[in-house]
Design a protein around this ligand. Structure first.
Ligand code: F6R
Length: 607
């Protein structure tokens, strides 16, 4: 994972690099570091933990120089330590790296034979040691970097800085994103455009396999075949890149609270009034011919896709397969002609999802992506992009992006259903009305926070929690469990309610609270039966349903959450709110780092 930045500036580089790294902390926060060249001399500073530790270090031990590179790390090879922190340096070269060098063991063995030894546990060190070796063979810095890169396999974005070179950064991209920013007499590089938003909105996206030699006055880009190419400069609207907590204690709290507004914006971007209709961006989709969809995503986005399967199948009569991205391409699934594939990703940079997309593209599938970050790699490699329009999501635990992903997927399902006439115009309008009510009903659900906070206070003392749901509530049960484990570190599992009796029910006792998500829908009675099976075994139930559902089945529950009355269609979107609040307040009670939980990163750019 990790985020990388670089500056060839007119002023001191360190403050610019630190500010850019702040914007990349979503990619990892195990350690951070910067290196500069000052009057030809290479120097670096590195600190373990969050970026604030590097900032503190720089106050006591500043670093001069107008050229520099920086890095924020999510550890892959070697634990978080100063030794393993980037930039790595060997002799006259320093390197920052995002990705994984898969052949680092072979390179390490080869370097050992030359009596060049490793000092760190990282894969990246192979890059600096090889470059140092090629420099010692008389190659120029650019040639040495190029020759090193030709020896690497895996996924990487790299930036090289050299002793004696105040006006040179060499970069390369293969599998991990990299952009160049154009300032007034200054040039920047970064893992994404958001990292550079405080510096410029003029951005060049590098393509797969690109190699660039950058000085303040000239940028020379070569493509994967070594041919000099012209990559265009784009003006990127980065207004949404500025994010603050708006008075909330955490970004996650703010992002949960702003969902009425974000969903209103999502809907506004897709709905045309009078007559009410769903308008998709211009595309070549033959909606009437869509018989099946393959959906691929990771984590929360995967649960959004899994929820949408219920809508696509039931409402649009489209067969849907949903895959976890990391499991998809290595199975080498056969791709039928005219396949349409939907990729769901908040960041648009998730390495597994991107790799699955490329597999599908190479088999000529029609690619639809649902992303939040519009200029992301996944968006740029899609035939049709359906943006979420929810603004930057900063909290590592995805919240407002999840409800927007569900909303966009619901819109797509309805659009196809209408085109295929699997629903009548009346039904279509009724579904749209239900979607239009989302901001209002989500606001009502948010009012449940004080009660949920109380329940969370109790939940915080347990070690295991089970979430149950049936139908479209089953993916939501898994999402609820994921939210709880990632920010409160409590072990949690989501199961289909009906599956519990096939094994997991053995776990039930007084020490394992069970959250039952049971809106009053067609499966309510069955959910209640499954809940009774848990109660009969002394299970502690937290029942989430509407008032009438709780009247019928709430008796004997340990706690209840009274949801507004909602339609079966929009229930998964609205019932996401108590999942989010329960996880948030449990984490608050436990005092964990809600926005940046341990071991995680917002954007997972390694396989
Ligand atoms: C959980 C969470 C992750 C992401 C997953 C995919 O709260 O945020 O599970 O959903 O890493 O990320 P994107 O959507 O950026 O592809």
């Amino acid at each position: 994972m990790c985020g990388i930045v670089g500056v060839l500036g007119k002023h001191e580089a360190a403050p610019l690099l630190v500010e850019a790294l702040k914007r990349l902390e979503y990619r990892g926060y195990d350690s951070a570091g910067i290196a500069t060249v000052n009057e030809g001399k290479l120097d670096r500073r590195r600190a373990v933990g969050k970026l604030v530790n590097l900032s503190d270090l720089l106050v006591h031990n500043p670093i001069a120089g107008k050229s520099g590179i920086g890095h924020t790390r999510w550890a892959t090879h070697g634990g978080p330590s100063v030794k393993n922190a980037h930039p790595h340096q060997a002799g006259d070269v320093a390197v920052v790296h995002n990705g994984i060098i898969e052949n680092f063991m072979n390179l390490r063995a080869e370097l050992n034979e030359k009596n060049i030894n490793y000092e760190t546990d990282t894969d990246t060190e192979a890059v600096v040691l090889l470059t140092k070796y090629f420099l010692s063979q008389g190659l120029s810095p650019t040639e040495a970097a190029k020759k090193t890169i030709s020896r690497l396999t895996g996924a990487f974005a790299l930036a090289f800085l050299f002793q004696g070179e105040d006006d040179l950064i060499v970069v390369a991209r293969q599998g991990s994103p990299l952009v160049i920013g154009h300032g007034d007499g200054e040039i920047y590089v970064g893992s994404d455009a958001i990292a550079l938003a405080h510096l410029t909105n003029k951005i060049t996206y590098l393509n797969e396999g690109d190699f660039a030699q950058i000085s303040r006055k000239k940028i020379q880009v070569e493509d994967k075949n070594g041919i000099i190419v012209n990559r265009k400069i784009q003006n990127i609207n980065l207004k949404s890149a500025k994010a603050d907590k708006a008075g909330y204690k955490h970004f996650m709290a703010k992002e949960i609270a702003e969902q009425p507004l974000t969903l209103a914006t999502t809907l506004e971007n897709y709905l045309h009034e009078d007559p009410c209709d769903i308008i998709l961006p211009k595309n070549n989709l033959k909606l009437t011919q869509i018989e099946s969809l393959t959906m691929v995503a990771c984590g929360t986005a995967f649960y959004a896709a899994l929820t949408a399967k219920y809508w696509f199948e039931k409402i649009a009569r489209v067969r849907v397969e949903v895959d976890v991205a990391s499991e998809f391409r290595y199975r080498e699934p056969p791709i039928l002609k005219e396949t349409t594939a939907v990729f769901v990703s908040q960041s648009g940079e998730t390495a597994d999802t991107l790799a699955a997309l490329r597999y599908m593209s190479s088999h000529n599938a029609n690619i639809i992506s649902i992303v939040n970050v519009i200029g992301s790699s996944i968006a740029r490699e899609s035939n049709l992009v359906l943006p979420l329009h929810v603004g930057a999501e900063i909290g590592v635990a995805s919240t407002k992006a999840f409800t927007a992903q569900l909303t966009v997927l619901a819109l797509l399902a309805l659009k196809i259903a209408k085109a295929k006439a699997t629903i009548t115009e009346n039904q279509y309008q009724k579904f749209l009305d239900e979607l239009k009510r989302l901001p209002e009903v989500i606001s009502q659900a948010l009012c449940l926070e004080p009660n949920i906070q109380k329940i969370a206070g109790e939940l915080a003392s347990y070690n295991d929690v089970i979430f149950l749901g049936r139908g479209a509530m089953y993916p939501l049960a898994m999402e609820g469990a994921l939210k709880l484990k990632e920010i409160s570190y409590i072990h949690a599992e989501g199961y289909p309610s009906g599956e519990l009796k096939h094994g997991p029910i053995a776990l039930i006792d007084k020490k394992v609270p069970v959250v039952v998500i049971a809106p009053k829908d067609t499966l309510f009675d069955k959910s209640v039966s499954n809940m009774q099976e848990v109660m009969a075994r002394s299970g502690k139930i937290i029942l989430i349903s509407c008032e009438s559902g709780l009247e019928l089945a709430g008796h004997g529950s340990w706690a209840t959450i009274t949801m507004p009355d909602v339609s079966e269609f929009t229930a998964p979107i609205i019932y996401a709110v108590p999942m989010q609040l329960l996880a948030y307040h449990t984490a608050l009670s436990k005092g964990t780092d809600v926005d940046q939980p341990r071991n995680l990163a917002k954007s997972v750019t390694v396989e």
